[in-house]
Design a protein around this ligand. Structure first.
Ligand SMILES: [Fe+2]
Ligand SMILES: [Fe+2]
Length: 278
């Protein structure tokens, strides 16, 4: 199968559409939580930020989908927009059920009027968020930070994000080829540029969350523990391992996001070198 071909498009759109799952966030098996678990859930400082991100994601993806002429591609991107909006709804249900302090400020951050460009920026942002989110999710789950039934619900969301980034990486290569930017080195250079923008945005968000956390005087959270330098190596290892595990379930003919695990692998290998070599 040639990347950028019609067969490629049929394959990655077809897999994405066929793997969509129907569920209603309101009737998922939300567990009852004791006071300790409720305290830990409410103490996580980024629910409002995550809800905002999912609401904005739904708006960006739906707006871009409406501009697509190709019926199959429009169906696939519209489906992603639906899933992003459902992520926001799932968070709303959780926030309401467990009485978590999180507002819904208006989506006043302007969306790039070039909707294709907005979708590209959003897609690389998802690749970065998913890579680090995989590791954080695994560590939090293994530590029993919250009851397992909650992790099972959020695993559905993580699986959908995995499908989104696989779809995005293939869409990106497919449409770059159609526009004459299909050479591997060029795709890699463009990806590196977008990844660096996405990492910059993630660092900005973490900075805002940290500031808000300080202002609200929350106790130390799992996130801040993960970001502690002494845990960083194990955290990145978990990100790589979880990324590989979650990607293993996809059609081996499709492209998969590789840049972040590759860079992380190089960094981890470098840190294993003895001081005299490093
Ligand atoms: Fe999402
Ligand atoms: Fe997504």
């Amino acid at each position: 199968m040639r990347i950028g071909s019609d067969e490629h498009k049929q394959r990655f759109c077809g897999q994405f559409i066929a793997s969509h799952r129907q569920f209603d966030p309101a009737i998922l098996p939300w567990p009852d939580l004791d006071d300790a678990a409720l305290g830990r859930l409410r103490g996580i400082p980024f629910w409002q930020e995550v809800l905002y991100t999912e609401r904005r994601a739904g708006a960006i993806v739906a707006a871009y989908a409406a501009t697509i002429a190709d019926p199959l591609m429009r169906e696939a991107v519209s489906l992603q927009g639906f899933e992003e909006a459902r992520h926001a709804e799932l968070l709303r249900v959780m926030i309401h059920r467990y009485r978590i302090a999180a507002d819904e400020p208006p989506l006043d951050e302007p969306i790039n009027s070039d909707l294709r460009r907005a979708f590209v920026d959003f897609g690389y942002g998802e690749c970065v968020d998913a890579f680090f989110g995989f590791g954080m999710f695994k560590i939090a789950r293994r530590s029993g930070f919250l009851p397992e039934p909650l992790f099972e619900i959020f695993d559905m969301l993580m699986h959908e994000e995995t499908r989104h980034i696989v779809f995005f990486i293939n869409w990106m290569a497919w449409q770059q080829t159609a526009r004459g930017y299909g050479a591997r080195w060029l795709r890699a250079a463009i990806a590196a540029w977008y990844y660096s923008r996405a990492i910059g945005r993630l660092l900005g968000t973490l900075w805002c969350v940290r500031d808000a956390n300080d202002r609200r005087d929350f106790s130390a959270t799992q996130a801040s523990v993960l970001l502690n330098g002494s845990h960083f190596r194990g955290f990145v290892q978990q990100c790589c391992a979880e990324h590989a595990r979650r990607m293993a379930g996809f059609d081996y003919d499709l492209l998969l996001p590789r840049l972040l695990p590759t860079v992380a692998g190089v960094v981890l290998a470098g840190r294993r070198l003895p001081p005299s070599v490093a």
